[in-house]
Design a binder for this molecule. Structure first.
Ligand code: WT7
Length: 584
């Protein structure tokens, strides 16, 4: 396929300012993590570090004290500006709030908030104490919350009055949860109850000087739950040293320069939000935009225009929704834009051609995963783009296509996309309380991504698909097992099998095959009820957009649902090897 693609050629003379990465081949050859660390990271005198020091305090202590860190626009149109100096004071105060509540190094502190500045204050304040910050997506409902807060044994949750009722419902199942901190911004009436602490009051009381905790490079910083094919979501553990690859990629891939106004549209509840709307840009001391409002073409183009955004990092589903909208970007002044990038799911070539026509700029696809902690295979400002390709490995990183036995395959051969584990500086250090799962990611020296891909003869990597049943809907990873479990909780349901079905806009949608109890009418009304059930109890984004009633699910003799057969049937593909299939 790669022979036929039309290249998007880059002309170095036209790129202004000159990209941070000027010569990919040369830098790839000469790069070492040690040199990058020396250039980008500040350590304390004892050789330790803290992400929050690197992202906030060092800027606040230097010439960037008054530089804008955050341009915030709230859901109700309120506008606020925060300097690095402001953030230093606020995060120091918040660290004191936590310590006053009994938080110590290694405790888990979870953030369950919308996209408001307090979420960032809480995140970096938590890291200052040496506690582990966990972020949650505001669309999560009680099942998703219980799975994460119970498994992590979270001691503190920071939330608001709107979201708190979901925590209240499951509080009895969370014996380790001692304190809930309520952020009052734009509040409705405040909840009352034991163990509730109020953000504003505590912030007012606490000192604005905090002695930041010094951490080893491989001591935990943040954790994020991610879905696999089986079982509950797993806690992926990242460390303070991860800020290095976050910064290297923000510099070399997103190409941020000092004067950029940067907007990453990802939510802090997912890894892209943590790494590219927090660690990377602030590590480099760059100004970013935070927009709490909902997605709509008008809203987004207005943000890009009004804040004069220069670098924009977004996702394929959003781009495809913009493409499909009658609202044209040409009605806005987007002349400040100079670099566009995308992550989360395959970026179709049409989206790149569309951007080239509408913005005069292509999107640069980037590939990575929660487990990897930062971008690993991207396109670069300076490098020609082959639309449809994820790009080439980051300097420092060795990628390969391997077969199921761990042997490297040659160019143009499909196989498992793997990374040399030791070459990924920000690679997860553990799966929380699950060593077996952690070990299952590695085969000898290789980290196995779970994606299938191939490399062409020019060294570009091409995504082919997932090697497992994990669903990617609108760039969000959903485990079929979680959706199946939520469905079978509904009284009329006997069992359910869930797959990802290809979709033009969302990449995939969730489709459920449901077996109902005898005598239960298989109506559209029931489908609707099942959808509402999943939305209400698991998460707003993880419900099946399509439901089909079925008499029996295909299973292996040991009783495992064979989702691959459901998928083959759905797509009208050959069913393949069914030797392990129970009578069907
Ligand atoms: C999975 C990781 C890391 C950012 C957000 C998603 C898919 C991610 C791409 C891309 C094709 C992609 C893969 C991967 N994916 N980026 N550029 N092209 N697929 O993180 O939730 O950990 O999901 O998303 O299947 O394994 P995540």
């Amino acid at each position: 396929m790669s022979d036929q693609v039309k290249l998007i050629r880059k002309d170095l003379k036209k790129l202004k300012p000159a990209p941070n990465l000027l010569d990919y081949e040369k830098v790839y050859k000469e790069f070492t993590w040690e040199k990058a660390e020396e250039e980008l990271i500040d350590f304390f005198d004892d050789g330790k570090l803290n992400i929050s020091y690197n992202c906030i305090d060092r800027h606040a202590k230097g010439k960037n004290k008054d530089k804008v860190a955050f341009l915030f626009e709230g859901a109700r149109g309120e506008k606020e500006t925060y300097s690095f100096g402001d953030l230093k004071t606020l995060t120091d105060k918040f660290a004191n709030v936590l310590v006053n509540q009994g938080v110590t190094k290694g405790d888990r502190v979870f953030l369950f908030l919308p996209s408001i500045p307090e979420r960032y204050v809480a995140f970096f304040g938590t890291l200052k104490t040496g506690a582990i910050a966990g972020t949650l997506f505001a669309a999560f409902q009680e099942i998703a919350l219980r799975d994460r807060l119970a498994d992590s044994e979270a001691k503190v949750v920071i939330t608001n009055a709107v979201l708190y009722p979901r925590i209240e419902k499951i509080r009895k199942d969370l014996p380790h949860l001692e304190k809930v901190i309520i952020v009052e911004r734009g509040s409705i009436e405040q909840p009352r109850g034991a163990g509730l602490v109020f953000y504003n009051k505590e912030m007012e009381k606490s000192s604005s000087e905090f002695e930041i905790v010094h951490m080893d490079k491989d001591e935990y910083s943040y954790m994020l739950y991610t879905s696999g094919t089986t079982g509950k979501p797993k806690g992926v553990m990242h460390v303070h040293g991860d800020v290095l690859q976050a910064m290297v990629t923000t510099k070399y891939v997103l190409d941020l320069h000092e004067d950029d106004i940067y907007w990453c549209t990802a939510d802090l509840g997912w890894v892209t939000g943590v790494v590219y709307a927090a660690l990377g840009p602030w590590g480099l001391g760059v100004t970013q935009v935070l927009f709490e409002g909902r997605f709509s073409p008008e809203n987004w183009y207005t943000v890009l225009q009004n804040y004069k955004v220069t670098v924009w990092y977004s996702a394929p589903t959003a781009i495809r929704l913009l493409m499909g909208s009658p609202v044209s970007p040409k009605n806005y002044d987007l002349s400040s834009l100079r670099f566009l990038a995308s992550v989360g799911e395959p970026l179709n070539p049409e989206a790149i051609w569309w951007a080239l026509e509408k913005f005069g700029l292509p999107f640069h696809d980037t590939w990575w995963q929660t487990e990897q902690g930062a971008i690993t295979i991207p396109n670069y400002a300076v490098m020609d783009i082959k639309p449809g390709s994820m790009g080439k490995p980051l300097p420092g990183i060795v990628a390969a296509i391997i077969d199921d036995e761990g042997h490297e395959l040659g160019d143009e051969q499909e196989g498992n996309l793997a990374l040399l584990a030791s070459s990924v500086s920000s690679m997860m250090k553990a799966i929380w309380k699950n060593e077996e799962k952690y070990n299952s990611y590695f085969m000898g020296k290789w980290y196995i991504s779970g994606d299938r891909a191939m490399r062409d003869k020019d060294g570009y990597y091409w995504f082919i698909g997932r090697a497992d049943d994990v669903i990617n809907t609108s760039g969000e990873r959903v485990g079929p097992f979680e959706v199946e479990s939520a469905l079978v909780e509904y009284p009329d349901v006997v069992e359910a099998g869930v797959i990802g079905k290809p979709d033009m806009v969302r990449g995939e949608i969730i489709k459920a095959f449901v077996v109902v109890k005898e005598g239960v009418a298989q109506t559209d009304e029931l489908k609707e009820k099942l959808q509402q059930h999943v939305k209400k109890h698991l998460a707003g984004h993880a419900y099946p957009r399509e439901i089909e009633f079925i008499d029996k699910l295909p299973k292996t003799r040991s009783g495992k649902i064979m989702r691959r057969i459901l998928k083959a049937k759905e797509l009208g593909l050959p069913i393949g090897d069914t030797s392990t299939l129970e009578d069907y």
